[in-house]
Design a protein around this ligand. Structure first.
Ligand code: FAD
Length: 625
């Protein structure tokens, strides 16, 4: 239904008798679908539309034009934009991941409230609760597990709630006697990290801990815990949360912070998105910027399996001795083709200091040229930290420089501060749609995941004990064994061992699995294809290839699991089919989360796949078990 037809329909429906709400309420525990007689009447929808200032919208499924009119102008426009995360984010009927083999495929809601504020959200929450509807919440739309879409549902869409305000002296409500004022930024729940970084770093000269991917939403990331490239220094993104405004299942707009509703506040810090209420805004601590952010990017190829084993062993011990500190984050990849890809980022080191750190390892590699070669360019250096997300600065400096993508494994060049060393491809991709914001940019290395259809994805925290000298050989052997099945990345910024004490203390006071505190890295292995979607001729996901890949991904991670069977996984970047997910995601924090869930959402209005309390619901979130 298009917008005009919808408005017409709800206009005429106003003539229909309005049934008392109680008669519409279901007596069993099944959520209503549009095919049910008790689905809200057109006049009820009209009332909701009025209550939210005309911002109730019918949700289209943009991909359907590939079927209905594959050669038409709309299909052409969609094909041009389907790899643009800003375009996808602007569609209430799409998500950044399109699905996962044998798990889910994105589906639009029936209606969305394009919320402007907490009041609109409260109206939508009340409407869903009173009419027994399946409710979903979407911000940046980056959930790998499909937790921000559901067919036959009402969507609360926060995309346009992206006000940002910096303050130099923030005190959480009710904490006036206990907490000192501190610099902070308040972000509407629909803000994406690029918007936050532009305000806080490029314009404000400060730092806020968010995610690596520029188009991830702030509310989804914080509720998962949240890591960025420099988390080894600044800690979890959720560790910097000072206050949230949140609408709970009873429709109340609440403040949550260390002094007011502290239990809810704690659950929002890593307890998983979409389970406790709808966040309308967040206030995060801002930190000082270091002088430099930098990169070490290069690929070493080993000539044989034996040489690769030795390389893995050498890298593990080099990491433990030289890189295991709060200067270095991001990734090292081990791959089936016997390459070790270094895609790491630094904070607080100039180019000379960064090069000095790496020299002993590069010397070791150079000593055996018959066994090892550097493929492509070797790039180690830094740029002024304030320019990290300054899109205009990047544009002006291209093509002389490019900077690394924090999330991906593309090899990209950089500026040796003060000296232009390389000329390589730009680091960012841009939103070229007419009227697109000037900062609508995303790291090239994240581009592969836009409109992605996942085959397999797993993560595992690696405890710091594996870096002890008597364990290093076992770790290196396991990395080698993993790499026989699939590429595997060690995300050093996603384990907080080695972080400063204040970052650890803040992380301890979150709901995240305490395993994160003692882990030096999060191992991630994944595979997928895109764009792909079931039922679209020529763009169908490869189910057979996908299942095989999923098996390889699983075997790959099993090599590390053999070392640390109960290590845990990061809720936001993990397996849809995670075994024992309650323990894997939250460890000893799960029982407390379950209590908080039943306190604030006793009837399960907020249900997401493998979210706290979701065991009580069918897989589609419609039936109470
Ligand atoms: C390409 C890519 C790169 C990524 N990079 C990183 C990274 O560098 N670091 C990292 O830590 N993670 C990363 N992630 C994972 C990411 O943090 C999570 O997927 C996160 O949940 C996405 O938030 P979102 O708002 O974009 O997604 P959404 O899909 O909109 O939301 C995710 C979940 O949060 C809920 N939610 C969203 N908004 C609200 C709200 N206002 N109130 C209540 N619940 C809400 C949704 O219901 C859903 O359950 C990445 C994901 C992708 C796809």
């Amino acid at each position: 239904m298009n917008r005009r037809a919808f408005l017409k329909a709800i206009g005429s429906a106003a003539l229909l008798p309005i049934l008392p709400r109680r008669l519409l309420a279901s007596t069993n525990f099944s959520r209503r679908r549009p095919s049910d007689v008790a689905w809200p009447s057109q006049s009820a929808w009209k009332q909701l539309n009025e209550a939210v200032g005309g911002n109730l919208i019918p949700v289209d499924f943009p991909l359907s034009v590939f079927k209905t009119d594959p050669d038409g102008a709309a299909a052409k426009l969609l094909a041009e934009n389907i790899r643009n995360p800003y375009y996808i984010g602007d569609q209430p009927g799409l998500t950044q991941t399109l699905g996962w083999v044998d798990a889910w495929a994105t589906k639009p809601s029936v209606y969305a409230v394009a919320a402007r504020n907490a009041h609109d959200i409260a109206e939508a929450v009340n409407f869903a609760r009173e009419n027994n509807l399946r409710l979903v919440v979407k911000g940046g739309g980056h959930s790998y597990q499909g937790t921000s879409n559901a067919p036959d549902s009402l969507l609360i869409w926060t995309r346009h709630m992206n006000d940002i305000a910096m303050t130099s002296a923030f005190v959480p409500q009710g904490c006036e006697q206990t907490l000192k004022p501190q610099p902070a930024v308040t972000l509407g729940a629909g803000t994406i990290w690029m918007q936050a970084y532009d305000a806080v770093t490029t314009k404000g000269g400060k730092y806020v801990q968010g995610g690596g991917c520029t188009t991830v939403g702030v509310a989804g990331l914080i509720q998962g815990g949240g890591f960025g490239s420099f988390s080894k220094h600044y800690g979890l993104a959720a560790g910097s949360l000072l206050e949230a405004e949140v609408v709970t299942a009873d429709g109340k707009i609440r403040v949550a912070n260390a002094c007011t509703n502290p239990d809810l506040f704690w659950a929002l810090k890593g307890g998983g998105g979409g389970s406790y209420g709808v966040v309308s805004k967040l206030t995060l601590r801002v930190h000082d910027l270091p002088e430099f952010f930098g990169v070490a990017n290069f690929t070493i190829k080993a000539a044989s399996d034996d040489a690769y084993r030795s390389l893995s062993r050498e890298f593990v011990s080099f990491y433990a001795e030289h890189l295991f500190n709060d200067h270095w984050g991001e990734q090292a990849h081990v791959n089936p083709d016997n390459t070790l890809v270094i895609s790491m980022m630094s904070q607080g080191l100039d180019t000379g200091q960064a090069k000095k750190v790496w020299q002993p390892f590069l010397d070791w590699v150079a000593r055996t040229p018959q066994a090892y070669s550097i493929e492509g360019r070797l790039v180690i250096g830094s740029i002024p930290a304030r320019r990290m997300w300054d899109v205009q600065w990047w544009k002006e400096h291209w093509p002389e420089i490019a900077f690394p993508n924090p999330n991906g494994n593309l090899l990209i060049g950089l500026l040796d501060y003060g000296l232009v060393h390389l000329m390589r491809q730009p680091a960012f991709d841009f939103d070229h749609r007419p009227g697109a914001g000037p900062n609508n940019a995303w790291w090239k290395g994240d581009a592969g995941q836009v409109a992605w259809f996942i085959w397999g994805y797993e993560s595992l925290w690696l405890p710091v004990s594996l870096l002890e000298s008597d364990a290093q050989q076992r770790l290196a052997d396991a990395l080698f064994a993993s790499s026989r099945y699939s590429g595997l990345a060690l995300h050093f910024n996603k384990g907080l061992a080695g972080a400063p004490p204040d970052a650890i203390a803040a992380a301890k006071d979150t709901a995240m699995n305490p395993a994160v505190l003692n882990s030096f890295a999060l191992a991630i292995t994944a595979n997928g294809q895109g764009p792909a979607y079931p039922g679209i001729p020529g763009h169908e996901p490869s189910v057979v290839a996908g299942r095989k890949a999923a098996e390889r991904v699983d075997r790959c991670m099993n090599q590390l699991r053999a070392l640390v069977p109960d290590a845990g996984a990061y809720v936001s970047e993990s397996n849809y089919f995670e075994r024992g997910w309650q323990q894997a995601y939250w460890g000893s924090n799960h029982p407390r989360l379950a209590e908080i869930k039943s306190k604030y959402d006793p009837d399960g209005l907020f249900v997401v796949h493998n979210g706290v309390g979701s065991e009580q619901w069918s897989a589609d979130g419609f039936k109470k078990l």
